[in-house]
Design a protein around this ligand. Structure first.
Ligand SMILES: Cc1cc2nc3c(=O)[nH]c(=O)nc-3n(C[C@H](O)[C@H](O)[C@H](O)COP(=O)(O)O)c2cc1C
Length: 334
């Protein structure tokens, strides 16, 4: 079924295909057709104090505004991460900004945090029926300087703690100038300490502990990874997502899109992303759980992430290339 749908979608401009797919999914969900999907295998996993019905989740960026949560959840994901959401709405980069490297099973995007902003997303979340595990990924607006970035992340936390099972702090998108500099240890400590204080506040005052998860880049050197992990441990961060997209173009040099600026995801990201998980696992020694994202395209790549030390998986490009069936395929293999 997905292979037919995919043929049509892949004949369209990638960004048009993106919204066509989500709109169709939403319509199918409203008509009750999407439930024809075979039921997802149950494989509960408890992590960060949360019980996930299965360990295969949807990565951030597909549903930036929380418009499709119910329809996506019906496909059988163990958890859904929406966002990245910034305080104010922003249009993102000019189009074209999304490229499909079909032969390499990859995507290059420079969307640039196009999203409708906190207020819109809060209204969406009030309407959603989904009661499963929801991650909300927060970031800063493009016109907010790094000096003032903390305020944007605090606004995100304060708006979303009521709705989120966990909150992801995105400091690793390559498409917001300077964002990845927030991974530098001195800046990162200040940012994470402020968010941890906020977490403590909601716990003391509302008896709700919202795990804080940090999403890191695959382009960190070993030295940079060591300093990031030192901060994550010091600040008692609850989880780490490894990884976001890469700015490197290894394995895609011969594609006509190789020179397009943006983050590369999918199969060419697989090995580097798994290597980061291996390094993280050896540094963290199970003190902080690792969520894998980056090139999970099939059963084998999913198994590799788990062998490297990941406890949860997130898919994005694999979902675009293989469709919802990929969830069950992975679950039967891990
Ligand atoms: C079109 C597109 C948009 C994305 N937007 C976001 C985003 O807003 N926030 C974020 O943290 N990651 C974003 N990502 C990164 C994905 O969440 C994921 O980490 C990355 O694509 C690697 O996984 P994959 O190889 O399975 O695609 C985006 C990825 C793509 C392809």
């Amino acid at each position: 079924m997905y292979s037919v749908f995919k043929k049509i979608l892949f004949s369209l401009d990638p960004e048009v295909a993106h919204y066509t797919a989500l709109q169709s999914l939403s319509m199918a969900h409203q008509l009750g057709i999407s439930r024809l999907q075979t039921k997802t295998l149950s494989q509960p996993t408890t992590l960060m104090g949360l019980t996930f019905p299965n360990p295969v989740g949807l990565a951030a960026g597909l549903d930036k505004n929380g418009d499709y949560i119910d329809a996506l959840a019906a496909l059988g994901f163990g958890f859904i991460e929406i966002g990245t959401v910034t305080p104010k709405p922003q249009a993102g980069n000019p189009k074209p900004r999304l490229f499909r490297l079909t032969e390499q099973e990859a995507i290059i995007n420079r969307m640039g945090f196009n999203n409708k902003g906190i207020e819109y997303v809060m209204r969406r979340l009030e309407k959603t029926r989904y009661r499963g595990i929801l991650g909300i990924n927060i970031g800063k607006n493009k016109d907010t300087s790094n000096e003032n970035a903390i305020d944007d992340y605090l606004q995100g936390y304060r708006a979303f703690w009521k709705f989120a099972s966990y909150i992801t702090i995105n400091i690793s998108s390559p498409n917001t100038p300077g964002l990845r500099d927030l991974q530098q240890s001195d800046v990162l400590s200040v940012l994470l300490r402020a968010l941890k204080q906020e977490q403590q506040f909601t716990f003391s005052n509302h008896k709700k502990y919202i795990p804080l998860v940090v999403k890191i880049s695959p382009d960190l050197s070993m030295q940079e990874l060591l300093s990031v992990t030192t901060v994550l441990l010091q600040e008692k961060i609850d989880g780490v997502i490894a990884t976001n997209t890469t700015v490197h173009r290894d394995d895609v040099a011969h594609s006509s899109y190789a020179k397009e600026i943006g983050g590369l995801s999918g199969k060419p990201l697989q090995a580097r992303s798994t290597q980061i998980i291996t390094q993280l696992h050896s540094i963290l020694q199970n003190k902080i759980p690792i969520i894998a994202s980056g090139g999970i395209m099939d059963e084998k790549s999913a198994q590799e992430k788990i062998q490297a030390g990941a406890e949860l998986l997130q898919i994005y490009s694999g979902f675009i290339y293989s469709g919802p069936q990929l969830i069950n395929r992975i679950l039967s293999a891990i």
